[in-house]
Design a binder for this molecule. Structure first.
Ligand SMILES: CC(C)(COP(=O)(O)OP(=O)(O)OC[C@H]1O[C@@H](n2cnc3c(N)ncnc32)[C@H](O)[C@@H]1OP(=O)(O)O)[C@@H](O)C(=O)NCCC(=O)NCCS
Length: 177
């Protein structure tokens, strides 16, 4: 049987990935209420309402971590810089997604957080593979996924973006543990 801590914590060189607490809501809202962030994700609306962030925090705090594991990404000295989440999709396949606040882009944090998260997914979540997709017009995320060891499957599918209000061609990738 696979058992999980209620709120797992993942430590990397510069970051800690941990379950959310209520006090994270304001920092997350400040980072994620940005069209340039939301428009690169399927799930983030724009503008982002306080209830949207509170719902995410609630899911991180009280959800079933064997199905959906939502981590706040906290820099050891800078504080909250973003979020990363694993979930089982409608086909029961593990998927990962993440977003960093714009002030923290291009410092290697997403790659470091994703590598840490994948290590947790292999060792604790006991997954042998994880899927991800990035919008075709988001090469930075493709680069993050490649650096973390994902490979392109060759599939390009249309995925809805809540912020854009339309489907976006999405390049699918897979990581093998
Ligand atoms: C995509 C995102 C997570 C990247 O976070 P990050 O912390 O800046 O990522 P990293 O610093 O670890 O790596 C970024 C890489 O992309 C590269 N990059 C940045 N902009 C790029 C661009 N326009 N084209 C190609 N590569 C680009 C960087 O050079 C770096 O690669 P390198 O280390 O080989 O030089 C961040 O920009 C973000 O949150 N964007 C909005 C939300 C989002 O896209 N989420 C992912 C949905 S799939």
């Amino acid at each position: 049987m696979c058992t999980l801590d209620v709120t797992p914590t993942i430590g990397t060189e510069r970051l800690v990935l941990r379950g959310a607490v209520r006090d994270d809501a304001a920092a997350l809202a400040g980072l994620l209420n940005d069209y340039g962030v939301a428009s690169m994700t399927c799930t983030l609306p724009h503008p982002l309402a306080a209830e949207d962030v509170e719902d995410w925090v609630d899911r991180s705090m009280t959800g079933d971590w064997s199905r959906e594991a939502l981590f706040v990404i906290e820099h050891r000295s800078l504080g909250v810089v973003g979020q990363l989440g694993f979930k089982l999709n409608e086909r029961g396949r593990p998927e990962v997604g993440y977003s960093l606040g714009r002030p923290y882009w291009n410092r290697g944090y997403a790659t470091e957080a994703l590598r840490g998260g994948l290590s947790w997914a292999r060792r604790e979540w006991r997954k042998k593979l994880v899927f991800a997709g990035h919008f075709a017009d988001n090469p930075a995320s493709g680069q993050v996924l490649c650096k973390a060891g994902f490979l392109y499957t060759g599939d390009v599918v249309l995925k809805d973006s809540r912020a854009r209000g339309q489907p976006v061609p999405t390049r699918m990738m897979v990581w093998l543990a």
